[in-house]
Design a binder for this molecule. Structure first.
Ligand code: COA
Length: 158
């Protein structure tokens, strides 16, 4: 069974993340979305709120599940029996950092492969921070994040 994890902060999940999840779910028997519980990033949403927004979006994808994790990604992958880490690459600017993380993860545990998927060009400019920035100034969020997430962001801000 081919099991992969797709890790991130997902604060909040964007249409770019969702595009990677849908495409990766076709390549693996099981895909586990790993939400990093990282208090040092002072997130807008708690890890459980982030998980619940993801659960809503993946409910029609039977081989995809979501879990919160803390600690090392390779340990989370191991606990879930995964051998692949999926990451999305948006621009060349992502490459250097992602390359470094992939090598670090490989050095921590050589059993894991990192698979990079090119983000669809129509989402290549989206990031969770930019979404929060647009929301802060009441900008249009349509097309950047799913409808349910727009509601949650507005609830949080107002
Ligand atoms: N579409 C839209 N946005 C995307 C995207 C996509 N396909 N892929 C990435 N992004 C955005 C993310 O939302 C994030 O935006 P933000 O900086 O505004 O929050 C940004 O690009 C960076 O994404 P990523 O590199 O995946 O960082 P992350 O903070 O979401 O996740 C972890 C980082 C969780 C993968 C990493 O910190 C980790 O593995 N931590 C566990 C500890 C560990 O094992 N450390 C050792 C290895 S580094």
């Amino acid at each position: 069974m081919r099991i992969a994890v797709y890790p991130g902060s997902f604060d909040p999940i964007t249409n770019g993340h969702l595009d990677i999840i849908k495409r990766a779910s076709k390549l693996y028997d099981r895909l586990i979305v790993g939400v990093l519980d990282n208090s040092s990033k002072s997130p807008m949403f708690t890890s459980l709120e982030r998980k619940s927004m993801i659960d809503e979006q993946i409910k029609d994808l039977p081989n995809v599940s979501c879990d919160v994790f803390s600690g090392l990604l390779v340990d989370f992958a191991k606990q879930n029996g995964a051998s692949v880490i999926v990451k999305g690459l948006r621009t060349v600017a992502d490459f250097e950092y992602e390359f470094q993380m992939a090598l670090l993860n490989k050095s921590l545990n050589s059993d894991y492969e990192t698979m990079f998927m090119m983000t669809d060009s129509k989402y290549s400019y989206i990031s969770s921070s930019m979404v929060k920035e647009v929301a802060k100034y009441d900008g249009e969020l349509e097309g950047l994040v799913p409808q349910e997430v727009i509601i949650k962001i507005k609830d949080k801000i107002h």
